[in-house]
Write a protein that binds this ligand. Structure first.
Ligand SMILES: *[C@@H]1O[C@H](CO)[C@@H](O)[C@H](O)[C@H]1NC(C)=O
Length: 201
């Protein structure tokens, strides 16, 4: 069983996803690629920082912990070669849970934002012209947003990307919860190159 190596490759995948989620959230502050004068006219869910905090900052901690698992020095803890490794794997469960919460938060915010639709200028006032995702299946409704230009595809694309990427992050963290449980129970045989006697419970 190579639980440490698995954790490392999960960590490597999480980092670019965290960067991309942060970028997507930042781009959402510039509807249609433009600077908006009044912050109140930016879609509310953008201000929940799902991509920056949930899938970004919160994801950095589990990603770094997972990356370090492979190289953790596990030899010589209480004379038990695998117990240091086991403790590291156990700790990783807690960080994986943190990541799961962050990604889950971003996922939920994105889903709500997609369903609600963007805030845009409709007539002479700013409002949310769509409801219950009705604009998703009916392209002709998009013209209700007169400005900012391309606000609907802009928000839809970026929130969809956030939805997908945070979903992947959540799955990866869930995998590490299971992986960490296995590592805690079984130890990690590849550690110290000591596929020996204490691999089992
Ligand atoms: C799309 O929305 C327009 C405007 O409300 C409506 O007239 C049309 O029937 C809708 N089309 C579909 C397929 O729901």
């Amino acid at each position: 069983m190579c639980t440490g190596g698995c954790a490392k490759c999960l960590g490597i995948t999480l980092i670019p996803l965290a960067v991309l989620c942060t970028l997507a959230n930042i781009l959402l502050f510039f509807p249609g690629g433009k600077v908006i004068n009044n912050n109140e006219n930016i879609t509310e869910e953008v201000w929940y920082f799902g991509g920056i905090l949930g899938s970004g900052v919160l994801m950095i901690f589990p990603a770094l912990v997972f990356l370090g698992l492979k190289n953790n020095d596990c030899c010589g803890c209480c004379g038990n070669e695998s117990c240091g490794k086991r403790f590291a794997m156990f700790t990783s469960i807690i960080f994986a849970a943190v990541g799961l919460v962050g990604a889950g938060y971003c996922f939920i915010v994105s889903a709500v934002a997609i369903n609600k639709g963007p805030k845009c200028e409709n007539g002479n006032q700013w409002s949310y012209p769509f409801e219950n995702g009705n604009y998703l299946g009916n392209h002709s409704l998009w013209s209700q947003c007169t400005s900012p230009e391309n606000i609907v595809p802009w928000n839809l694309t970026l929130f969809s990307l956030l939805l997908i990427m945070s979903g992947i992050q959540a799955v990866l963290c869930a995998i590490q919860v299971v992986n960490g449980l296995l590592g805690t129970i079984c130890g990690d045989c590849t550690c110290c190159g000591c596929c020996g006697d204490n691999g089992a419970v």
